[in-house]
Ligand binder design. Structure first.
Ligand code: SF4
Ligand code: SF4
Length: 447
């Protein structure tokens, strides 16, 4: 909240100084609470000035004063904001300064460090624990305004709207021009009504600030995606997908809003004959281990960045061969592909010749567009070739249960049976991978 002129007039020190200069400098000061509204409005007209390139220097000078007077140990940041901070913008010639202080700052000491009457403190706190919301005026003298006028707003550290508004205007000169035009128009209507002038600007400021916050949030999310891709770049991942999971039951997603799905493409395909492939079995194991390592690594890196994360690498299937949050769900929500009739994730790039893993996190990320429909069409290759007759032939839609697509018990039986050929107890199959036309397309590209 910024102090307006009413706050200023409520301060006895300001009332006395300003009344003396405004009406009759030689007369005894007249308290402003005794002047009429009209006199008060005349005393504080809205002044608009063309941009003055010296304003940033005014800020720098005052910043140095504040550091010297208050001591650097109290201050976390000093920012120039308001219209004088936007190059080229028409402005009220007052330099607004945001002075962010440590939360353990002794407020009485701070007030004492900025001496009256050079600095006039408004709104001193009523209790020690109250946020400061202090404002200091500088440049108000007994003979009127000084050459340089400052409003110093004291806050605890925060994510303040005013800085978003400033940065947006600096980055978007066309919006700054719109703002200047609005101010010029309002100046005509509200020259002697500062509060009316401020109120009339507020809708514009609110709308621009909201837009600025959204754009900034999106930029930060995009940066986070790039950061994830960068730290995983040595792991030869085929796909990285970013999912918004908020539509999934909170418990199933362990309370996390976002999921990052990672995939490695198989270079060796399963055999589609009665002779299962040992090479594929080894590839499957290797790829799965690499994905587990990558998920654990990513989760740790996200935590180091100051966010929460949980690797899904060590999720175990229950007796119905289900996990609480399947990787496939992350993948479809991230837009990587759809669930085929074989109940596996099918991607346009690799068919289902991929393995998946994932991480849940609260790191804000830019999410992909979910895939909600199957592209299997009339194809039934996997249905026909499944040695366990486990694939039902049904087409996936959003919210369709896996059991409608696949009899997981039959599949497991067939997998174990085929694994006996080279004595692996966890089995091997993957015929539904080899016969899928989307995988074959990828296989052609591999050759
Ligand atoms: S892995 Fe084998 S048994 Fe299981 S669904 Fe695919 S083709 Fe059928
Ligand atoms: S083989 Fe055909 S039906 Fe089966 S998953 Fe692939 S595209 Fe879909």
């Amino acid at each position: 909240m910024l102090c307006n002129i009413k706050d200023q007039l409520d301060n006895p020190a300001v009332r006395t100084i300003m009344a003396a200069s405004a009406f009759d400098p030689s007369a005894a000061p007249k308290p402003l609470d005794q002047v009429t509204d009209e006199e008060r409005a005349r005393l504080f007209p809205v002044i608009l000035s063309d941009y003055n390139p010296a304003w940033p220097q005014w800020f720098t000078e005052e910043k140095e004063n504040l550091l010297r007077l208050t001591g650097t140990n109290k201050i976390t940041r000093i920012s120039h904001y308001g219209s004088t901070s936007v190059p080229g913008l028409t402005a009220k010639p007052t330099v607004d300064i945001l002075l962010e202080i440590n939360e353990d700052t002794d407020i009485d000491n701070l007030i004492a460090s900025l001496p009256y009457p050079e600095y006039i403190c408004l709104n001193p706190p009523t209790t020690p624990s109250e946020p400061p919301y202090l404002m200091f005026l500088k440049g108000y003298t007994s003979t009127g305004f000084a050459d340089k006028i400052y409003h110093i707003h004291v806050r605890y550290p925060g994510d303040w709207d005013e800085l978003y508004f400033r940065d947006y205007l600096i980055a978007h000169p066309e919006t700054a021009d719109e703002y200047a035009a609005l101010k010029a128009k309002l100046h005509k209507d509200f020259e002697y009504d500062r509060d009316g002038y401020t109120d009339a600007k507020s809708a514009f400021i609110r709308a621009v600030t909201e837009k600025a916050r959204k754009e900034t949030a999106l930029e930060r999310m995009t940066e986070n995606n790039q950061w994830v891709e960068e730290i995983l770049k040595d792991r030869n991942l085929a796909l990285i997908g970013f999912a918004d999971l908020s539509e999934i039951d909170t418990e199933n997603r362990y309370g996390y809003q976002y999921g990052i799905c990672i995939a490695i493409a198989l270079k060796v395909f399963p055999s589609a004959t009665n002779e299962p492939s040992k090479e594929y079995y080894i590839e499957y194991k290797n790829v799965s281990a690499r994905l587990r390592e990558a998920s654990d690594f990513l989760a740790e890196k996200i935590k180091e960045r100051g966010f929460n994360a949980c690797s899904l690498a060590h999720e175990r299937q229950n007796e119905a061969y289900r996990t609480q949050l399947p990787f496939k769900t992350l993948a479809t929500r991230a837009g990587l592909g759809w669930i085929g009739k074989s109940a596996t994730l099918i991607t346009k790039e690799y068919g289902n010749a991929i393995r998946l893993n994932g991480v849940l996190t609260d790191l804000p990320i830019k999410v992909g567009t979910p895939v909600n429909a199957s592209l299997c069409g009339e194809c039934d290759k996997c249905v026909k070739h499944c040695p366990g007759h486990a694939i039902m032939g049904n087409t996936w839609r959003l919210h369709v249960d896996r059991d409608i697509l696949l009899d997981a018990v039959r599949c497991k039986k067939a997998v174990v049976e085929r694994g006996k050929v080279f004595n692996v107890t966890d089995g091997t199959c993957g015929i539904c991978i080899s016969v899928c036309p989307w995988t074959k397309q990828y296989g052609l590209e591999l050759e």
